[in-house]
Write a protein of this length. Structure first.
Length: 135
């Protein structure tokens, strides 16, 4: 509730305490990362995700936000590596393609952006169709 009220400092304290109780909680970690990001502490958020990634090897729920933060921080090389690692784990993860497309667009590489955004859309549609047909 602190986060929704825009009180990131209180939310940071709360999520840190919750993570002490349950250090394997990726949802709590992601909320804490969001608080740091909202406070402008991008480096702290990146550091935390990098440490978590050592503990949770190749976990997409950590890799994707880490790639996004790298990209937002202007570290396109690390963002690229991270998103491609996600694709290596799941070649049809539309979110990785989407983020690569957005990153290339920021970099002014329109043809690469278009290529990755198009793939993202195709895989997203496949994913939605799969869920629809199997639920």
């Amino acid at each position: 509730c602190y986060l929704k009220l825009g009180n990131n400092q209180e939310a940071i304290i709360l999520y840190k305490e919750l993570l002490r109780d349950d250090p394997k909680s990726i949802p709590m970690l992601r909320q804490l990362i969001s608080c740091y990001k909202n406070n402008g502490n991008l480096k702290t958020a990146i550091d935390m995700l990098e440490k978590a990634l050592k503990y949770f090897k190749y976990n997409v729920r950590i890799m994707l936000p880490l790639g996004v933060l790298y990209s937002q921080d202007g570290d396109y090389e690390k963002a690229n590596e991270t998103f491609r690692a996600v694709i290596a784990e799941n070649s049809k993860d539309w979110r990785a393609y989407q983020n690569l497309g957005v990153m290339y667009k920021r970099m002014g590489r329109k043809s690469m952006a278009t290529q990755f955004l198009s793939r993202a859309e195709n895989y997203r549609k496949e994913s939605k169709e799969f869920v629809k047909n199997n639920t």
